[in-house]
Design a protein around this ligand. Structure first.
Ligand code: 13P
Length: 256
């Protein structure tokens, strides 16, 4: 039985008042006693501490959107895992396609970040996903295999128990085009099969695999009903309480 997980990736959005206001609304709506679903939000770095304070005592945990692979030191502009753990982050998103696409992050770098994050006490939301041209060329599964192989390099079975995978097809992110339930299930089943082949099968069975890419209240229930969709990584629809809460509620209702 995998506990469903709904995480909001706020990306580079909101300002202090709107970020803490949204966090306060989430804290009021999502109590610490919702065992069926785990909920997290990942605000921009400057608001992590304030959002964390607003979420205190609620059922919503805090995550960052990126972290350095380096130990604290002379790395101008970077944020260390230790700092994120220190201000109460539980999660870090790594390997998001926007970081791969716009900031040149490779699987090799993502794996170094994952190792650093896990060693520093953060759990990891690892993103993978194919582009439209890769899907059209029939390369979806080979792309996913290569991303898993590269990004998880060096992680033991025990480390992998602290990782959640997010399947985010690049063509579905921020486009309003959601993967069909069949496309999401097929890719996510493939990811689990890959994990089964390369790791202890019990780790693969326990792994939560989220879907991300234009998740909304209207499509969440159908996606979450798929056997290998264990939650959602939500971008745009995580920025307003009236959009995000119904997704959390859909997860609460999903029978798994
Ligand atoms: P959207 O939900 O805005 O498509 O973004 C998905 C995403 O990239 C979450 O990480």
């Amino acid at each position: 039985m995998r506990r469903l997980f709904v995480a909001g990736n706020w990306k580079m959005n909101l300002l202090q008042t709107s970020a803490t206001g949204l966090a306060a609304q989430l804290a009021a709506a999502i109590s610490a006693e919702i065992p069926a679903v785990e909920v997290a939000v990942c605000p921009p770095f400057p608001y992590l501490a304030a959002v964390g304070a607003a979420l205190a005592g609620s059922g919503v945990s805090l995550g960052a959107q990126n972290a350095s692979q380096e130990k604290p030191g002379a790395f101008t502009g970077e944020v260390a895992v230790e700092m994120l753990a220190d201000i109460g982050c539980r999660w870090v998103i790594l390997g998001h396609s926007e970081r791969r696409q716009f900031y040149g992050e490779t699987d090799e770098l993502v794996s170094r970040k994952a190792l650093a994050a896990l060693a520093g006490g953060l759990d990891v939301i690892l993103c993978v996903g194919e582009s439209l041209s890769q899907r059209q060329a029939g390369q979806t599964e080979t792309v996913l295999d290569a991303q898993l192989l590269g990004s998880l390099r060096g992680l033991t079975d025990a480390a992998l128990r602290r990782v959640v995978i997010a399947y985010e097809p690049v063509w579905a992110i921020g486009t309003g085009v959601t993967a069909t339930t069949e496309q999401a299930e097929s890719a996510q089943k493939h990811l689990r099969n890959w994990l089964e082949k390369h790791y202890n099968p019990s780790v693969a069975q326990a792994m939560r695999i989220l879907y991300g890419g234009s998740v909304k209240a209207q499509n969440a229930a159908a996606l979450l009903a798929q056997p290998n969709v264990d939650g959602a990584l939500v971008g745009g629809a995580s920025l307003k309480i009236e959009d995000f809460l119904p997704i959390v509620q859909a997860a609460q209702m999903a029978k798994k």
